[in-house]
Write a protein that binds this ligand. Sequence first.
Ligand code: ADP
Length: 493
Amino acid sequence: MTLILKRPNLIRTNNFINGQWQNSEQNAHYPVSNPATGEDFAQVANSTVKDAKEATDAAYQAFESWRTQPAKVRSQCLIRWHQLIIKNAEDLARIISYEQGKPLAEARGEVAYGASYVDWFASEALRTYGDIIPETVHGKKLMVVKEAVGVVAAITPWNFPLAMIARKIAPALAAGCTVVAKPAEDTPLTALALVALAEEAGIPAGVLNIITSSRDRVSEVVGVWLSDARVRKVTFTGSTAVGKILARESAATLKHLSLELGGNAPFIVFEDADLDAAVEGLIAAKFRNGGQTCVCPNRVYVHDSVYDDFADKLTKRVASLKVGPWDQADSQIGPMINDRAIEKIQRHVDDALTLGARLLTGGKRIQNDMATGPNYFAPTVLVDANHDMELARDETFGPVAPLFRFHSEQEVIEAANDTPFGLAGYFYSNDIKRVWRVSSKMQTGIVGINEGAIASETAPFGGVKESGYGREGSRYGLDDYMDTKYLCQGNLD
Ligand code: ADP
């Protein structure tokens, strides 16, 4: 399994600051490994506080000229970047798969998905309209304009190495902000390749800067951005624990914050659901990316009257999923990102079994002819799950579907909402009145109704409660990167 690219020069291992590819000031590196084999295959810059500050200086300096460009100029930069992403889609997909593990077909999907945000915000850049407020007294004009907030710090996770960073950088640049970015330590190469294409697209020096750092340095490196008053916004996708640190530390300078944090998504199958559609929806939502997405159903509630039937159908489908490396054409589930991830999944399964769950398929690490590395986990179905289990409270972030039994709509709504989190929720029902009733009671930012694939660049993505705030994508997505300024001109009569 080797990484062969049409354009090997898309592999970048240095920081990109003020239009220059440069090593960290200490010439230090850290290794990036392939989750399918566990082997290190690249060394990238291990940045320091000084590198983070240099990136901020560059972004701050570039801000005035970028924000005052005509919107059309910023839009055209994004259009060229989008075209280059599409042109190099196959290479980008291979880099994603190699460092993150997902099957190539899914990585191709991720490139298309991430690119769609760049395309979308290239257009939205042209639509940052303000308002003229009707006069209430003679001689006064009241106007509202939208202005870029300033330098934006973007911090992203490893599960979608391209899409998560694209959907932060694209709206920031469209709004007229400049960016300092730090991708997840496990998957820096995709983000660096994306920035190489942004450079090729003619995005001016200093407008987009990226630095990489190992896990043990991340808090001091990102800390530079959190304490710098010139950074006006932090946009983050990742765990709730880290999101709370960012919120706390950016409070001193009252930065704007967009936090897309952990979920604990319920997936409800009512007695009137189309069971086959619900099984397919669950497969799509739960097992995509090996269950490593923040909108993955974590708790599957099935009505007592269809429970056994649903469990049976689901188990047959899950047991047929092919587990293997990214470059095997029929792989559907790749390796988990690292050892830490596998240990958590196993802990959740073992805890559930101890507390009375029954295993219908999977339940442990696997190794076979296709899945030869250390990080593969068998797709798993558990029945008789209950709320005392760890997997009911915490995201498993792996290919495990625990089935909970319920008897009434009220009972299941209470159970579904009994969590501090509220990113996505799903339910299957063919009763139109129930559809409206349940939709309004779900305490989540996103609701999938008879649908497991909910993501779209045209729709607002984000959560409520401890899943965070802010929205990515859609016509609402630019607001997070803009201040509203009110102009009042008097003495006109
Ligand atoms: P995960 O557990 O899935 O890796 P994290 O929330 O820990 O999720 O990581 C998401 C992103 O946040 C990564 O880019 C990571 O480097 C970064 N990160 C982790 N810890 C901190 C921290 N203390 N301060 C700032 N960023 C952090």
